[in-house]
Design a protein around this ligand. Structure first.
Ligand SMILES: Cc1cc2nc3c(=O)[nH]c(=O)nc-3n(C[C@H](O)[C@H](O)[C@H](O)COP(=O)(O)OP(=O)(O)OC[C@H]3O[C@@H](n4cnc5c(N)ncnc54)[C@H](O)[C@@H]3O)c2cc1C
Ligand code: HEM
Length: 393
């Protein structure tokens, strides 16, 4: 909770700080990476820095946190904090690095806003930063304690082509570690120029296997460079190799109990959903589950037959498929052609929805669910990139 003096100052300065966020963010990352090039090379995603995608996430979430502190001081944005803490824990962010971020962020704020940053304003925003940072540091320490910490060396026991662009790697962790369906691991690779780049990949199988599996879609460039890590994994990793990965993290997980579920994915976003569906099948679940998947074409749908088989094994589950082009498909059930449209899909009362896919897909599904009376708090999602939806509900 903010002190009353700081709350008043933060409320009064939110519009000016919010309005200058882009400028503040640019300067913050610019000077931090000039002084600490290792952070850009070995920790942050340099592709996201180059295309600007990640840049707004950090400062934007602090502004969202500040807004909540002054508007609804009794609420704690647990969901937002958990999402960030899981990502940080999987990346190995340390408590000491919060001092580094603080230094460059506050220098950028002072530079952009000049005289407007009186000692009183600086103090109030400092309080916001450390309230958030300390909450994250505590959550990250808990997560790391639960997972047994640090990077693991996992052996690739199988590499399998799933579609023209997607390959799965079955990984044997060095120690038995469980995960919850829907979680991901970070994979750290050393690229030819010596940079260590880290990306997240959802576990695409049920925990009961013991071995883990990730399914990686290669990101093809076009006007922009090819994705660095996905292409590197496709081109370099074979059975018998060892990969450096984190323990499993992530807050979008299959809820226990018997609440009806809507599991909706598009494209490579099917990976965490597949883990959930396989877990339900492995545990003989009779829950009502509506599984929805959309893809460009059946041949582009990684693990299509596996998903069809698993849903067929679940007595309470139905599958609905949408393909933009569905020529010559032996899919079961018969797919719909075109973009996903849930208007004719029967939805049970009281469902919890789990969405994963590109933002336009998730927006369309979410809007339809809200229109049909599903409360926003029952709609959960995973973004395969910087989560710029954080704090927007
Ligand atoms: C929780 C989570 C789970 C995920 N699960 C999966 C999964 O199961 N399977 C999967 O395949 N992916 C998954 N992802 C996505 C994955 O982490 C990577 O983001 C993805 O593989 C792309 O990484 P990359 O290194 O290949 O591309 P990057 O190098 O990160 O490139 C990303 C984009 O930036 C563009 N870019 C790069 N440099 C520039 C530049 N200089 N100028 C302009 N644009 C540029 C690239 O063209 C590309 O479009 C997940 C992500 C998250 C956060
Ligand atoms: C209060 C301080 C901080 C806040 C509010 C914050 C916020 C965020 C947010 C919102 C994201 C995106 C999460 C997602 O996409 O799901 C993120 C990602 C990330 N954060 Fe933080 N963060 C903070 C401190 C730090 C520190 C100290 C470091 C380490 C120097 C760090 C490193 C990262 C990295 C590497 C990512 C992933 C981005 C990428 O690879 O592109 N953050 N953070």
């Amino acid at each position: 909770m903010l002190s009353p003096e700081s709350a008043a100052t933060v409320r009064a300065t939110l519009p000016v700080i919010g309005g200058a966020l882009e400028d503040i963010t640019g300067r913050f990352y610019g000077s931090m990476f000039t002084d600490h090039p290792e952070l850009l090379r070995d920790l942050f995603n340099r592709g996201n820095q180059a295309n600007g995608e990640q840049r707004g996430a950090l400062a934007g979430s602090i502004a969202a946190f500040a807004t909540l502190l002054v508007e609804r001081p009794d609420d704690r944005p647990d969901a937002m904090l958990a999402r960030i803490a899981n990502k940080h824990a999987s990346l190995g962010v340390t408590a000491e690095q919060y001092e580094v971020v603080h230094k460059y962020l506050f220098a950028a704020i002072a530079e952009v806003l000049g005289d407007a940053v009186t000692p009183e304003v600086a103090r109030a925003w400092d309080e916001v930063y450390w309230l958030m940072a300390n909450a994250l540091i505590a959550l990250e320490a808990d997560l790391r304690r639960d997972s047994g910490e640090s990077w693991l060396r996992a052996t690739v026991v199988e590499r399998r082509r799933q579609t023209a662009d997607a390959v799965s790697f079955t990984l044997r962790p060095p120690i038995p570690l469980s995960f919850r369906p829907g979680q991901y691991v970070s994979v750290a690779v050393t690229l030819p120029d010596g940079a260590r780049q880290i990306r997240q990949y959802s576990l695409s199988c049920a925990p009961s296997h013991g071995d883990w599996r990730i399914t990686v879609k290669r990101v093809r460039g076009g006007d922009t460079p090819d994705g660095e890590v996905s292409n590197w994994l496709h081109e370099n990793v074979q059975a018998g190799d060892v990969l450096t990965i984190s323990a499993p993290f992530g807050d979008l997980v299959l809820p226990e109990g018997d609440t009806p579920l809507l599991l909706a994915s598009a494209g490579i976003g099917g990976t965490p959903i597949l883990s959930m569906v396989e877990h339900l099948a492995a545990t003989g679940s009779t829950r009502r589950v509506t599984v929805v998947h959309a893809d460009r074409a059946p041949d582009d749908h990684a693990h299509r037959e596996e998903l069809e088989r698993l849903v067929a094994d679940l007595p309470g589950a139905t599958l609905h498929l949408w393909y933009e082009q569905a020529g010559g498909c032996s899919c079961r059930p018969e797919p719909n052609i075109g973009q996903v449209d849930l208007a004719d899909v029967e939805l049970p009362d009281g469902l919890s929805a789990y969405l994963c896919g590109p933002l336009p897909f998730m927006r369309a599904v979410r809007s339809e669910l809200l229109r049909r009376g599903v409360p926003a708090s029952d709609i959960h999602y995973e973004v395969f990139g910087p989560d710029l939806w954080l704090g927007q509900d």
